[in-house]
Write a protein that binds this ligand. Structure first.
Ligand code: PMT
Length: 212
C-alpha cells in the first residue's frame, strides 16, 4: 500500500465576504474533491483534504482542514505541499474578492458602488512554481467553451502533470451534480476521455490514469 505517501487534495468553493451577510462564491458542492480524497484513502495514502464550506460529512481517517476564502486555502495548500507526493486541486476558487469586507449590511442603494474587487492569488499556479521532481500535480479545468484548448493552456501555464477538464455548461455534470464527465490531458501529450459516471467512479478512474 501507499502508507508512507501523502496525497493533498482541495475541494469545494471559496467564500469571499462582501459585508456581514453577503459573499461571492460558486455552486461547488465538494463532491468531486471528497470522492478523490476517499479514493486516495482506499488506496492507502495518508490524505490531507483542504475543504471550502460544503455540506458533506467529514471522511473518517482523513485529515481535513476547513477554510473559507482563497487566501486561507492558499495558506493550507502551501503548508502541506512540500511533503505531498500527489497534489490534486479540485476546489473552485473565486478569482476575485472584495478589497475590504464591510461590517454590517451595506445599504441597497450603496451596494453596487461599494464593491471594489481585487484578484485572488492563483493557488495552483503558485504550487506549480514550487513543484519538485517526483511530485505529481493535478489541476481541474471548469470550461464552458474551447474546452481542450483552454484546459491545455492551464496545464502549461500552471506547470501541471495532468489536468481534468469538465464541461460546466452541462447541468447534469460538474458543479453540484452526482455525476461528471472528464477529459484528462497530460503534460506528455496523453488524452483520455472518462465517460459520464458517478463522481466516486470517476475518482477511481482518475487515479488509475494518473498513476499508470
Ligand atoms: O464540487 P462539485 O460540486 O463536485 O463540482 C466539481 C467541480 C466542477 C468544482 C470540479 O470538477 C472542478 O472543475 N474544479 C475546478 C474549478 C475551477 O476553479 O476551475 P478553473 O478552470 O477556474 O481553475 C483551473 C484550476 O486552477 C483549478 O484546479 C482551480 O482549483 C485552480 N485555481 C483557480 C483559481 C485560483 N484563483 N486559484 C486556483 O488554484
Amino acid at each position: 500500500m501507499n502508507k508512507n505517501l501523502k496525497c493533498l487534495i482541495s475541494a469545494g468553493p471559496t467564500r469571499e465576504w462582501v459585508d456581514s451577510v453577503r459573499f461571492i462564491s460558486n455552486p461547488s458542492s465538494g463532491k468531486m474533491g471528497y470522492a478523490l480524497a476517499s479514493e486516495a484513502k482506499k488506496r492507502g495514502y495518508s490524505v490531507v483534504l483542504v475543504s471550502g464550506p460544503v455540506r458533506l460529512d467529514k471522511i473518517e481517517g482523513i485529515s481535513t482542514h476547513f477554510v473559507e476564502n482563497a487566501k486561507e486555502m492558499e495558506l493550507e495548500m502551501t503548508n502541506h505541499f512540500d511533503s505531498a507526493n500527489i497534489i490534486i486541486m479540485c476546489a473552485a476558487v473565486s478569482d476575485h474578492r472584495p478589497k475590504n469586507k464591510k461590517s454590517g449590511k451595506i445599504k441597497k442603494n450603496d451596494f453596487a458602488k461599494s464593491i471594489d474587487l481585487v484578484e485572488n492569488p492563483d493557488i495552483l499556479k503558485g504550487l506549480g512554481k514550487r513543484k519538485k521532481k517526483g511530485q505529481l500535480l493535478v489541476g481541474f479545468a471548469a470550461e464552458a467553451e474551447n474546452f481542450a484548448q483552454n484546459a491545455k493552456q492551464k496545464l502549461i501555464q500552471k506547470n501541471l502533470d495532468w489536468i481534468a477538464m469538465n464541461d460546466i455548461s452541462n447541468p447534469s455534470h460538474g458543479f453540484g451534480s452526482d455525476h461528471n464527465e472528464i477529459f484528462l490531458y497530460s503534460s506528455t501529450g496523453e488524452e483520455v476521455k472518462l465517460k459520464s459516471a458517478p463522481k466516486n467512479l470517476l475518482a477511481k478512474q482518475i487515479f488509475e490514469e494518473i498513476l499508470k
